[in-house]
Design a protein around this ligand. Structure first.
Ligand SMILES: Cc1ncc(COP(=O)(O)O)c(C=O)c1O
Length: 431
């Protein structure tokens, strides 16, 4: 015991051991953060996750999470398909699968891409564990320290964290009602052409963007391709919300205007089937898809084979087509309730987007407001949202916020927005 104690006290002196004492027993937890890799050191916790952790209180009305409404999950159909799949030989569903994805799902996805206006072959598809893995695989392909990635500003927070983890610099380009402002993008790229930090990728979310709800116009989609061609950039098109359009006509993906294979398209079933199944896909030029599959092999060998089977049957038996109108109706209605509540309760000087689909809208408050402060007061009054600052690569946007309408019930949306309106008015008076 004495030897153990001596060794421990030496280790404690050297500052690398935490000691916990339970009765007379010692338990050691060695702190080896100094041995962490470059990427691990660069990764930071998402502040949204921290906000979501605060919300164990069932009385909180949350506009913070970006989760699909569980009422949209087709549980009984998933159960029926799963039973059928498991009655097949286990090599079909319980064995390791092909890294690129199961052949049947890849051809179903090629058909789906054709319907979206960007036809491709199954060889262009790599099935991924959600769009998040698509973003990560594209990052592994193109990013490293000393390189720059261009994003919309604001943009998806998990992408910011992921890109930073690879050591890339991030430059955000403002959005307007039609999406990323191409002139500003072009100016920025011209400046970069004279610097060492070379942009390799531009990351965009063209439909019902998270967090702003903005959809990129067709003109901008075409111009984005032109600019990327001129500056030799890859476009990572993240499109998990494509099918959640409840107003207006579908826009062709940026990929549809890509004649030379410059776009890597990331799709997902998280918002239209279930995020727990973890099924997404990448569409890319064949050599790029092959390289991405090589990277994926080192990450998870293959995407969950049972989930792939479920997604494939779900689409090919026509369930997706039948189910989509119900999801669109649910979210469209919630959006309308939120828009009219904002109209009734938010003060003059506040503006917001009017998304034609997706799950989010974006509010800009008068300049003097700080939504970090507002969030603290809102949580005390049991309403949650995400301060907009978190979505800006440069940490600006302190007077903005993201409101998600996918989850709360209609009456909760009304009550929550009324409360937020009250708090904002109070803060404006005090300020
Ligand atoms: C813009 C965007 N990209 C990617 C993802 C990740 O989705 P998935 O569940 O498909 O990984 C999300 C999820 O919220 C998102 O909003």
């Amino acid at each position: 015991m004495k030897i153990v104690r001596d060794r421990l006290s030496k280790a404690i002196d050297s500052g690398c051991v935490n000691l916990t004492i339970f009765g007379s027993e010692f338990q050691m937890t060695i702190d080896f953060t100094h041995l962490y890799s470059y990427r691990a050191r660069n990764l930071v916790a998402s502040e949204i996750r921290e906000i979501l952790k605060l919300m164990t209180d069932p009385e909180i009305i949350s506009f913070a999470g970006g989760m699909p409404n569980p009422d949209t999950f087709p549980t009984s159909i998933i159960l029926e398909i799963t039973e059928e799949l498991l009655l097949q030989p286990p090599s079909e569903t319980l064995q390791y699968g092909i890294t690129e994805g199961q052949t049947s799902l890849r051809s179903t996805l090629a058909d789906l891409m054709e319907k979206r206006g960007a036809p491709c072959e199954p060889e262009n598809i790599v099935v991924t564990s959600g769009a998040q893995q698509g973003i990560d695989l594209a990052s592994q392909l193109l990013l490293e320290s000393g390189r720059t990635v261009i994003t919309e500003s604001p943009t998806f927070i998990a992408a910011i964290i992921g890109f930073r983890g690879y050591g890339a610099d991030i430059h955000g380009i403002p959005l307007d009602r039609e999406g990323i402002v191409i002139d500003l993008l072009d100016d920025r790229l011209k400046k970069h052409a004279r610097s060492d930090s070379r942009p390799t990728m531009v990351y965009v979310i063209p439909n019902f963007q998270n967090p702003s709800g903005v959809t990129m116009s067709e003109g901008r989609r075409r111009s984005l391709i032109d600019v990327a061609n001129e500056h030799d950039l890859v476009i990572l098109e993240d499109d998990p919300y494509y099918d959640l359009r409840f107003e207006g006509d579908h826009q062709k993906p940026v990929k549809a205007f890509d004649d030379v294979g410059r776009v890597i398209y990331a799709g997902s079933f998280s918002k239209i089937l279930s995020p727990g199944l973890r099924i997404g896909w990448i569409t890319a030029a064949e050599p790029v898809a092959r390289k991405i599959a090589m990277i994926k092999q080192t990450v998870d060998v293959c995407t969950n084979v049972l989930s792939q089977g479920i997604a494939n049957e779900y689409i090919s038996r026509g369930h997706l087509e039948r189910h989509l109108p119900k999801i669109r109706e649910l979210y469209g209605h919630k959006r309308d309730v939120m828009l009219s509540s904002l109209e009734q309760n938010f003060p003059d000087g506040a503006t917001w987007t009017r998304p034609e689909g997706g799950m989010f809208l974006w509010v800009e408050l008068p300049e003097a407001m700080d939504t970090d402060n507002l969030q603290k007061h809102a949580l005390e009054r049991k309403v949650a949202f995400v301060p907009g600052r978190l979505f800006f690569p440069d940490g600006s946007g302190k007077n903005t916020m993201r409101l998600s309408f996918s989850h709360p019930a209609e009456d909760k949306i009304k009550v929550g927005i009324a409360r937020l309106g009250e708090i904002i008015r109070e803060e404006l008076k005090e300020g």
